[in-house]
Design a protein around this ligand. Structure first.
Ligand SMILES: NC(=O)c1ccc[n+]([C@@H]2O[C@H](COP(=O)([O-])OP(=O)(O)OC[C@H]3O[C@@H](n4cnc5c(N)ncnc54)[C@H](O)[C@@H]3O)[C@@H](O)[C@H]2O)c1
Ligand SMILES: O=C(O)CC[C@@H](O)C(=O)O
Length: 389
């Protein structure tokens, strides 16, 4: 039986993908083959040595110390794009909340609950509304920082809303570029986007170059009265800089999925409890994708959508398959193949790919690998995580 340890609330339809005759899926396995999680933080947690893979049902992997796991051969997966539509829709809500006095006007109406006289109520409604007027999105400029799965969807939606769109993404993939409307203008750098945008929405991972990107310097480059939407990660903004920008009027509104003590206490931000991906559809998409990727890896050794290993997949040619990871240095693959040849083991098919410091190989062989063979392969220098799958 293979064991999957789960964390967080993983959609049942995803968990149901694991065949019950071969997989035990629960939250308490002591020796799991893999972990399946959402936002649970693995930093500072001891990982059982049995773990071969971790699947993040979602996009961001900053809750996983990926660089510590890679040298141990632990494959980390995410589910690119699976929750992008859910986030896009919450950005749309945020654009509207940031442009019209929706929440304050609702509070105003709620404050009229004791007014029992219909004529008086009507008068107060009509008199009060002037405080909550707003402006329209059409014709305004939206700056989209990060044009990946989510950013591209938002850029295209904003074009449809009649907005002008500027995008900034120094690492834009070819695939992401294909998704993007040709009407999206490219900014050369963050400051040039900030200087020209009425609304700015962030859709980048929390990594070294992006952490704290919305700081005092960025706000001083920004257009006065800008609306900032952050449904990506709290780490992207410096809390104090946001508070100063709200107080000075540099920011007309700040909407974020990442409440922090200072922002809650300040009271001028519109804060959601990390709701971006919380739709039935997104939760199911992520859970199903994560489960399928784990099953394909554990059963066949195939790697799809890993954030630290190369993409490696091969149709099965026989029932006998070996997989292994190794340090990405010359001669390791040759040594393994020579070892197989010396033992008269015929290789039927093979795929080998590398990414940064790591390489990964799938080899289909003609005969069933013995325990002695697996041990021999494991003892080759720089080879690890040898499996017969
Ligand atoms: N609130 C939520 O529930 C929720 C849901 C999904 C994703 N997210 C967050 O949103 C992020 C983006 O998600 P995605 O699915 O679009 O990911 P993605 O990988 O498809 O896109 C990220 C994009 O950011 C770009 N990028 C990287 N560094 C950049 C930089 N310095 N400046 C500008 N662009 C840069 C990349 O090139 C890429 O195109 C995730 O990493 C996650 O942190 C939050
Ligand atoms: O699991 C969630 O609810 C949030 C996921 C989101 O932050 C992501 O990075 O995909």
């Amino acid at each position: 039986m293979k064991k999957i340890r789960t964390y967080n609330n993983i959609a049942a339809v995803g968990l149901a993908k694991f065949p019950t005759d071969r997989y035990l899926v629960d939250a308490s396995s002591e020796t799991p083959d893999a972990l399946l999680l959402r936002s649970h933080k693995l930093h500072n947690e001891e990982l059982p040595s049995s773990v071969l893979a971790i699947a993040r049902a979602g996009a961001g992997v900053n809750n996983i110390p990926v660089s510590q796991y890679t040298p141990k051969g632990i494959v980390v997966f995410n589910t690119p794009g699976a929750n992008a539509n859910a986030v896009k829709e919450l950005v749309l809500a945020s654009l509207l909340l940031g442009s019209r006095g929706i929440t304050d006007s609702m509070s105003y109406v709620a404050s009229l609950a004791d007014e029992k006289d219909a004529i008086e109520l009507h008068k107060k409604v009509e008199a009060g509304k002037k405080k909550y007027g707003g402006s329209e999105l059409t014709g305004k400029t939206l700056g989209v920082v990060g044009l990946g799965a989510i950013g591209a969807k938002i850029a295209n939606l904003a074009i449809d809303l009649g907005m002008k769109v500027i995008g900034y993404d120094p690492a834009l993939s070819v695939e992401a570029a294909w998704q993007l409307s040709s009407q999206v203008n490219r900014a050369e750098n963050l400051n040039s986007l900030l200087a020209r945008s009425d609304y700015v929405t962030l859709h980048v991972p929390a990594i070294k170059p992006t952490i704290g990107m919305m700081n005092e310097e960025a706000f001083s480059a920004a257009k006065d009265g800008m609306v900032l939407i952050n449904l990506a990660r709290g780490e992207l903004v410096e809390e104090e800089a946001v508070i100063n920008a709200l107080d000075s009027g540099k920011l007309a509104a700040h909407l974020s999925d990442f409440p922090s003590e200072g922002l809650i206490a300040h009271g001028k931000s519109t804060l959601f409890p990390h709701l971006g991906a919380s739709t039935v559809e997104a939760e199911e998409n992520c859970a199903v994708m994560a489960a399928k990727q784990l099953i394909d890896f554990l059963d066949n050794g195939n790697i799809i959508n890993s954030v630290n290993f190369p993409a490696v997949s091969m149709e099965r040619t026989t029932g006998y398959r070996l997989t292994f990871a190794n340090d990405n240095i010359p001669k390791v693959l040759g040594t393994v193949l020579n070892l197989l040849a010396d033992l008269n083991i015929n290789v039927l098919d093979m795929v080998n790919k590398s990414r940064d410091d790591i390489a990964y190989t799938i080899v289909d062989i003609e005969q069933e690998p013995t325990a002695a063979l697996l041990e021999k392969l494991s003892s080759v220098e720089h080879v690890f995580h040898v499996r017969s799958v």
